[in-house]
Design a protein around this ligand. Structure first.
Ligand code: MG
Length: 333
């Protein structure tokens, strides 16, 4: 739906009218950076990244590209798991899931925090005891706190050595994130955000304000593959690692293409980089992600890996699908 008072950028991101297809080899094997750049809208971001600078980044990215592609095909892109430590899990459950994840080769874990400080301290201690001091731990507050509260709360959780605190406050509060980043830097805790960030301009300001140390693109929240490309390039310019948001329904399937492209053609680095993984709802997809040794293995099928199984779509169709019929009957409708 478009309205006459929307500026041009709003219209594009709302309509998603210029989607670029995204299969990672298509993007990364593109020999002509100009072609990729022609898909990116540089309007409103040239104060931090011009088309020429982006061209230089992609040109530099040509060096060693073949080796990086081989590396991906062989070892995959490093992932972390969010499946072990949701809020509301019992300690037994948490212990069991972390132990199983360790056995399956996971080395990076994310825990949800922010509901109750004493509860967080107990759960984080439990997780650290299980995973040990060397494994990576991240925390996610899902926008729970005001700015001072975020700083105070995280100071109390610093002993558990989190790599980052994710979405400590309102995702729209760029300067608030900058304040938190500055306050937590001496504790060695970075700020991660971006899963609610819907366009390149907000990401530009987050980067300009030094408001984040880990940039979390979301393949659906940003209006298109094109918009994602502009953010990957800005992150490279600022030297901020991209660690995509995933989970949901099909987000892992989508974002794997973007992050593997980022490694092969833009960042050329795995330092402090990893992609979120949540182990649910993959069974509805025709080409679900493949995780091996806690890494995303590059998808071999053409396309963006989002085709759902016909059977799943049929079952979940409103109001006649099997799932809805049962649900509505239980509600007495
Ligand atoms: Mg999150």
């Amino acid at each position: 739906m478009l309205c006459g008072t929307c500026g041009p950028s709003r219209r594009e991101s709302l309509s998603g009218s210029y989607l670029l297809t995204c299969h990672f080899p298509f993007l990364s094997r593109c020999q002509d950076p100009r072609m990729l750049l022609s898909c990116i809208d540089f309007r409103y971001i040239t104060d931090v990244l011009t088309e020429e600078e982006a061209y230089e980044i992609l040109q530099k990215g040509q060096v060693g590209k073949k080796e990086r592609e081989e590396q991906m095909l062989m070892h995959g892109y490093p992932a972390y798991t969010t499946s072990c430590a949701w809020l509301g899990y019992s300690d037994d459950m948490l212990q069991q899931l972390c132990t199983e994840a360790l056995k399956s080769g996971w080395t990076r874990f994310k825990v949800k925090v922010g509901a109750d400080l004493q509860d967080d301290i107990r759960r984080c201690r439990l997780i650290r005891d299980i995973i040990g001091p060397e494994k990576t731990l991240m925390m996610d507050a899902n926008q729970r706190w005001d700015v001072p509260e975020a700083v105070e709360w995280m100071s109390k959780l610093a002993e558990f050595k989190p790599l980052w605190i994710e979405e400590p406050t309102s995702p729209d509060d760029i300067l608030g994130h900058a304040t938190i980043s500055k306050a937590l830097a001496p504790l060695g805790i970075g700020v991660a955000t971006g899963e609610q960030c819907h366009n390149r301009v907000i990401f530009k300001q987050l980067l300009q304000a030094k408001a984040l140390q880990f940039l979390q693109i979301d393949s659906c929240r940003l209006g298109s593959v094109n918009e994602n490309l502009s953010v990957l390039l800005m992150a490279k310019k600022f030297g901020v690692p991209v660690c995509p948001h995933a989970g949901g329904v099909g987000l892992c399937e989508l974002v794997q293409h973007l992050i593997i492209f980022d490694f092969i053609s833009v960042s050329a680095s795995l330092t402090n980089r990893m992609c979120e993984y949540v182990d649910h709802l993959h069974e509805h997809f025709k080409y679900p992600v493949i995780i091996k040794n806690a890494s995303y293995m590059p998808p071999k099928e053409a396309g963006y890996s989002t085709e759902m199984k016909e059977e799943s779509v049929k079952k979940h169709q409103y109001p006649d699908g099997e799932v809805w019929k049962k649900f509505l009957a239980a509600q007495g409708n």
